[in-house]
Design a protein around this ligand. Structure first.
Ligand code: ADE
Length: 244
């Protein structure tokens, strides 16, 4: 997969070179670059923003440097498939695990990290002729710009690419897979600061342990995320689930 991040603060994206994402890059599974739209600004001050038409607070990012930055990263697209342009914004669709799976299937993702009050809307309209545009919000709160949201989204997407995570089983048992939060986990010692692990986990009975874990998932989800319980498909629940 190819990922391009467009940002006027490229240093913000440096953590992407660390850990599993960095390894995926050195292994050749992921080709990730950061491009600064400011390098396409032509005036002496390399201006990338201006005051909003109609008045109001803050500055708006000018469309031309962003259009040229997008053209520069899509010119050598790996295939005929349109790239997906993710525009992080608190006014976007909420980014979920389902969206992460959809994006992990793409060949090229471009993230356009707006700052200030956002990017001139005409850039978004123009870009939709060249890419599938998806404005995406990390959640119902406001960040200073898209970079932090992109760090989160790139990590959530790239860990789903086959070969990025060593043990793919860890993807099937985590929160938001199967519509439930994950069960609590414990490691040695069996008693720590007078707290013992649940007896069930020492029983050695795999079927009962699996049932206990599923009950924990259901309880935890009901307590912390009742909205997720409402969304469960009744067909995905078994008799034992309904008994708890
Ligand atoms: N930019 C500013 N706030 C954001 C949010 N909540 N999600 C994504 N991008 C943002």
């Amino acid at each position: 997969m190819r990922i391009d991040v467009l940002s006027i603060f490229p240093e913000y994206l440096a953590p992407l070179e660390l850990s599993l994402i960095g390894k995926a890059m050195t292994d050749g599974v992921l080709d990730l670059s950061v491009t600064d739209p400011r390098s396409f600004a032509t005036d002496r001050h390399r201006t990338v923003d201006d005051t909003p038409y109609g008045g109001g607070a803050g500055m708006v990012m000018k469309p031309e440097p962003w259009a040229q930055a997008l053209e520069s990263v899509t010119a050598a697209s790996p295939s005929d498939r349109k790239p997906v342009l993710v525009v992080p914004s608190p006014a976007g669709e909420v980014f979920t695990q389902d969206v992460a799976y959809q994006l992990a299937d793409e060949e090229q993702l471009v993230f356009a990290c707006g700052r200030y009050e956002g990017i001139d809307e005409r850039f978004i309209e123009w870009a939709s002729e060249h890419a599938v545009v998806r404005p995406m919000s990390l959640g119902d709160y406001v960040l200073n710009g898209g970079e932090v949201a992109v760090l989160a989204m790139v990590e959530a997407v790239t860990r789903l690419i086959p070969g990025v995570i060593g043990n793919p089983d860890s993807l099937t048992e985590e929160s938001h897979t199967g519509g439930l939060l994950e069960y609590p986990v414990y490691t040695k010692p069996a008693v720590w600061r007078e707290r013992a692990i649940p007896d069930m986990l020492l029983s050695g009975h795999h079927g009962n342990i699996a049932r206990w874990r599923r009950d924990q998932q259901l309880h935890r989800t009901a307590q912390r995320r009742p909205d997720m319980i409402e969304q469960l498909n009744p067909a995905d629940l078994n008799k034992a689930d309904l008994a708890i």
